[in-house]
Design a protein around this ligand. Structure first.
Ligand code: PXL
Length: 281
């Protein structure tokens, strides 16, 4: 049976992130992807100025109420960038309206990076986002978001594996069984992710060689690859490893191609690799 996911993110017209990333990646993985846009922006808010921003909050519940009459089962509800703290409450209601016990609630908190909240983000977002993480089976914060969610000071370096494990275990204590923290570095040479699975009490760090630079939208690219691999039947660790490889390759191809980094990474060129990996048992 084909899997169905509902992706709840903004649309940024230019600058690959959010729905312009989630939709093609899920589709390439053979997932039937439905969308609810949270906001409409001309670009994402990192490294651009003068962007437009339309908050679509008043549409979320009318859309969800209509969808709830259609008799659909969603295998995953995938939330990302939300336009305001109030939208967290709306997404919680959407979960009540649209999810059943089998739905994988997959939350990318998507409100901060490099120690700071995103440009338009309200200071209440981390506290409100905690409530959404509590309803999730899987959360995918970057290290900055992990620290905000736990009210922990952010450290970009100078921490060790035990510290990262502690963050993952405490995040899981908020509710989610699976926690994947991105943007982890124990040395200058490498960057990677921390993966924690509460039921098996399994924790692993996975690394790839680090590329210098700031890569916009890679959190969304990684999360979309991860959910695609999970819906494709991969266990959490294998799915996280595949998503990390696909993200790393997207960054490498972008650097080789010379496209300005604010336009996001060339994940399109990695979709055949994802499809091939998902064909293997
Ligand atoms: O990639 C996260 C993201 C999503 N959507 C918008 C953003 C950002 C990050 O800056 O600005 C609108």
């Amino acid at each position: 049976m084909q899997k169905r996911a509902l992706a709840i993110h903004d649309i940024s017209c230019v600058g690959r992130c959010s729905l312009t990333v989630a939709l093609p990646i899920l589709s390439a993985a053979g997932v039937n992807a439905s969308v609810v846009p949270t906001a409409l922006l001309s670009t994402h808010t990192g490294e651009f100025t003068g962007y437009t921003h339309l908050d679509l909050s008043d549409q979320l519940l009318p859309i969800a109420r209509h969808l709830s009459t259609l008799g659909l089962h969603f295998d995953a509800l995938y939330s990302g960038y939300l336009a305001s703290p109030a939208q967290v409450g709306l997404v919680l209601t959407m979960i009540d309206l649209l999810c059943d016990a089998q739905t994988h609630v997959f939350v990318d908190p998507a409100f901060a990076d490099h120690g700071r909240l995103y440009s338009l983000m309200d200071a209440d977002m981390p506290a409100r986002m905690r409530a959404l993480c509590a309803r999730a089976r899987t959360i995918v914060p970057n290290l900055t978001e992990a620290c905000f969610l736990l009210e922990e000071p952010y450290r970009s370096q100078g921490y060790d594996e035990a510290y990262v494990r502690g963050l993952a275990v405490r995040l899981s204590g908020l509710g989610p069984k699976c926690v994947v923290i991105t943007d982890i570095s124990l040395s200058d040479a490498e960057t990677g992710i921390a993966v924690y699975h509460r039921e098996s009490d399994t924790f692993r760090l996975l690394f790839r060689p680090r590329f210098p630079g700031v890569f916009h939208g890679t959190g969304d690219v990684f999360a979309s690859f991860l959910l695609s691999a999970i819906l494709g039947g991969k266990p959490l660790m294998a799915a996280a490893d595949l998503a990390l490889s696909c993200t790393h390759r997207s960054i490498r191809l972008t650097l080789e191609g010379g496209e300005p980094l604010r336009f996001g990474v060339q994940f399109e060129r990695v979709l055949p690799d994802l499809m091939q990996a998902l064909r293997q048992p």
